[in-house]
Design a protein around this ligand. Sequence first.
Ligand code: AMP
Ligand code: MG
Length: 415
Amino acid sequence: MARSEAAPALTLIPADDARRIVAETPPVGRERVTIGAALGRVLAEPFKAPADLPGERRAVMDGYAVRGADVRGASAGWPVVLAVAGTVPMGEVFPRGVGTGEAVAIATGGWLPAGADAVVMVEHTVSLDGGARVEISRAVTPGANVVERGEDLARGAAVLPAGRRLRPQDLAMLATFGVTSFDVHRRPRVAVLSTGNELCAPTETPRPGQVRDANQTALGAQVTAAGCDVTYGGIIPDDAYTLRRAITRMLDEHDAIILSGGSSIGTKDVSADALADLEAPGILFHGIDIRPGKPTLFARAGSKPVVGMPGFPTSSLIVFDAFIRPMLWRLGGEAARDPWPARRSARIGREHRSVVGREDYLRVRLVEREGALWADPLPGGSATLSNVVYADGLVRVDAAVPGLAAGDPVDVLLY
Ligand code: AMP
Ligand code: MG
């Protein structure tokens, strides 16, 4: 099990354990929003249908409301002729019922007059005598072309669970019932900052030995895409005291802090020191058995996650998607959600050797070849940024899998 390391080794925990630990993040509080500002917000209370939907029987076709019994046996050869008692005015109710031998013209969405139980599509009718009578050439059974009261939803039905990130159709449902303000979770406020003596801002020209800070931009974008508000905390030198002060200050006004760089255990890796005396429970793990992204640090100060991401931008990007994005969803109140909703089946383009116990994330490009879809692993390790840029997605090689042979079926986790 022991792997030889020059420096003292991180204590790696299995990826599954890391997922379990980050999933224990409690959600932020709630606030009230109006429906126009609710897209993408996370519902704090379950929503149950407050009434039947629709509230009345309605036509789902343009045509004539009839009593099904009156048109039984009607056909093109033997049409039935009914007296037209009038028209259901749109947005109003027909003032009387439909009697035997009668029909009432109706448009889609119109409330069915009392007595009628079906709608004959206008295509199966011919208006006679200037609209006074109608010839019906198709039989309809009761309920045809009609949506019954409560057919869409019965009053009390569970419609939207608490923890649902609201989609346009969810808002349509709330609007239908006149629910125009409701409680959602606050958007988590997340601070991102970079650590490293060698870093300069993207707006600066690096001196020899310097590199531009890419992670703050990347993490800020990922945090925003995960539905959180981001604060950019700047670049902090490799000094535990300075970093600790920056973190302590940010904890006051943020729900989570994500730093990158210095998360390993070299002499310039000060993140663990900086997090050492956070409020309990403090550091929950330091090192995950994954590639890339092994030196990932996760702590909680009270209920607030503090994450130390690996320094290489590619590692940070992948660890975020695999572990931190689901954590932020939970922080934002979202109930358990598939971390990789978009997947495609493909065959791996070449052999990949892994180690049992370690979870790997391959950057792959999707290519059609010989009538099949192939996931070709892109060259380069964690120090290579172009491979995540060229990648269409990731292939996760589970911890129990020793490797992949060329042509093995894989699930591509799409970007
Ligand atoms: P570290 O995790 O601090 O040992 O950093 C590993 C590598 O990632 C080093 O080559 C760093 O220069 C680089 N690195 C660390 N932070 C950043 C960053 N914010 N942007 C770009 N590269 C970084
Ligand atoms: Mg560093």
